[in-house]
Design a protein around this ligand. Structure first.
Ligand code: ZN
Length: 183
């Protein structure tokens, strides 16, 4: 488990931006390829896999760092209806302002303070959030394209759960059934 944690930290280390290396008036471009390994290293369950090109431009103007993200590619997410993978295109553009402060904290959706001592910001989770927010809230296959067998299984499962709930909720039904059965 320890080794696993180390590996995750190491994998995400590449997404750390060192602000100390960006001078006033300068602009630096970073290119990332967010692939299956990236999405699994984040240990989230929303985006199962994908392939997204991320372009990040960081510039410094009057002690404010401006981060501009550009995303292009596709991801696979579980379908809300049948749970099988659905493919979604990703096209997103996000701007973020970063200032140095006493500690690292997210002040607003588009403003982050980074500890003046550390001067480093890991953008892995941020990029994941931007991609996730760019997707529609309801995610499912087109009508008729869901995994039919899975739908049948889920229906059965739900029906069983409803039956279980009824019995648990109202034990009088069981008593009534016994009476009816005996007659
Ligand atoms: Zn589906």
């Amino acid at each position: 488990m320890k080794d696993m944690e180390k590996k995750i930290v190491y994998e995400l280390e590449a997404y750390t931006i060192d602000l100390a290396k960006i001078d006033e008036g300068e602009s630096i471009a970073f290119n990332f390829m967010l692939d299956d390994a990236f999405f699994s290293a984040l240990e989230q369950t929303e985006i199962e896999s994908g392939s997204v090109k991320a372009q990040l431009n960081v510039s410094k103007k009057s002690s404010t760092y401006e981060f501009v993200f550009d995303f292009n590619g596709f991801v696979q997410v579980p379908c809300d209806r049948c749970l099988a993978e659905v493919n979604y295109p990703v096209e997103a553009y996000n701007e973020l302002f970063v200032k140095l402060g006493e500690k690292t904290e997210e002040v607003d959706d588009d403003l982050i303070f980074v500890s003046g001592e550390e001067r480093k910001l890991n953008v892995a989770w941020l990029m994941y959030e931007y991609i996730s927010l760019s997707l529609p809230i309801m995610r499912s296959h087109e009508e008729g394209e869901c995994d039919e067998q899975m739908l049948i299984l889920l229906d059965q499962h739900n029906a069983e759960n409803v039956a279980d709930d009824e019995e648990q909720l109202d034990p009088r039904w069981n008593e009534l059934r016994k009476i009816l059965d005996n007659n």
